[in-house]
Ligand binder design. Structure first.
Ligand code: FE2
Length: 339
């Protein structure tokens, strides 16, 4: 019996503060779709621009990415144990993201694909968050909760598209949490700093709790926090902010689940790494007899493995978009999913 020759897809992620390069290997024959049973993430190099109290400046992020892209490419290939000539395709984050940063990834991927004479695969970053989690947890048809800095969406698949049932009407849940962390000057000034302090909080403060249908609104909570008495404990503020926004999200998801009747709930995106959020979803899913799915931490934050995995699925299903140019604004429901 002839042995399958492994195929390798390289992915580049550069939408925001993370630059990543990854290689995925598959032994899947070309007449069916790769799965975790016949594929492996061989490398997942992540170079993250550090969190700062001033937030992120696009020009500085782009400078960081252009400096780090060549070493990251070399490291990803070395860790995968292959040479560039063994690659079957190159995938990159097409958007949504910061224009300066997207172009660094696009130019690197395009150059590599042209040099090697292999396909260039533009990947929707949001879809990639979902696909890598689905791939790693073997979820079939989940209700998806996508939570990150700029995104808070609840959606499920309907034929070849995702249908968005609920989402934030203002800021993303991650950006809200980062804003609270920055206003309190936590270390680090982001979700990790807030999550750490929240564990020591005891008192649930009264903060705005706003769900409209299955949509959420986080505006006003930060203002309410800033108006709290000066002697309010920082631990209680972090605990209350976290409990309030996570409860809103889980409640909106539960409403949605009762409507769609999906048998799986998949949590993905950078803020899926929040322990308390995972605990809340486990409890809610158990009550509804749904399977709760979440991938290992490194595959929830921005990473290139998600771009390589999605690129591989698109390569196998021959679902390559016509336009390869980076796009700062892309929505999940606009992507036709043919895998
Ligand atoms: Fe992301």
């Amino acid at each position: 019996m002839s042995k399958n020759v492994p195929k390798y897809v390289l992915g580049i992620e550069s939408t925001a503060h993370t630059l990543g390069v990854a290689v995925v290997e598959t032994l899947c024959p070309s007449n069916r779709l790769p799965s975790i049973a016949d594929s492996k993430i061989k490398s997942n190099v992540i170079c993250k621009y550090p969190s700062t109290t001033e937030g992120y400046i696009p020009r500085k992020l782009a400078e960081h990415h252009s400096r780090e892209i060549a070493p990251a490419l070399a490291k990803a290939l070395q860790e995968a144990g292959i040479s560039a000539k063994q690659l079957s395709a190159v995938a990159f984050s097409q958007g949504p993201g910061i224009g300066h940063c997207l172009h660094i990834g696009y130019v690197a991927a395009k150059t590599l694909a042209l040099e090697l004479g292999i396909p260039l695969i533009p990947v929707n970053h949001a879809i990639a968050h979902v696909e890598v989690a689905r791939f790693l947890t073997s979820a079939k048809d989940p209700l998806v909760v996508y939570v990150s800095g700029g995104n808070t969406q609840i959606f499920a698949r309907e034929n070849c598209f995702y249908h968005v049932y609920g989402e934030t009407m203002d800021v993303g849940i991650g950006n809200f949490i980062d804003s609270v962390a920055r206003s309190l000057r936590l270390e680090p000034p982001d979700a990790i700093g807030l999550m750490r302090l929240a564990k020591s909080g005891k008192k649930l403060l009264d903060l705005p709790y706003s769900i409209k249908g299955m949509n959420l609104s986080f505006s006003g909570i930060l203002t309410a926090i800033e108006r709290l008495p000066k002697n309010t404990s920082e631990e209680d503020i972090c605990f209350s902010a976290q409990e309030t926004v996570l409860s809103m999200l889980v409640e909106a998801t539960e409403r949605c689940l009762c409507h769609t009747n999906n048998k799986e709930v998949l949590l993905c995106g950078g803020n899926a790494r929040n322990d308390r959020l995972q605990e809340m979803y486990s409890l809610m899913c158990a009550e509804h007899g749904a399977r709760f799915c979440v991938a290992e931490g490194q595959y929830n934050g921005d990473n290139a493995a998600m771009i390589a995995v999605t690129g591989m699925l698109m390569h196998y299903s021959k679902a390559i978009p016509e336009s390869e140019m980076p796009e700062q604004k892309m929505r999940v429901e606009t992507q036709k999913i043919l895998w």
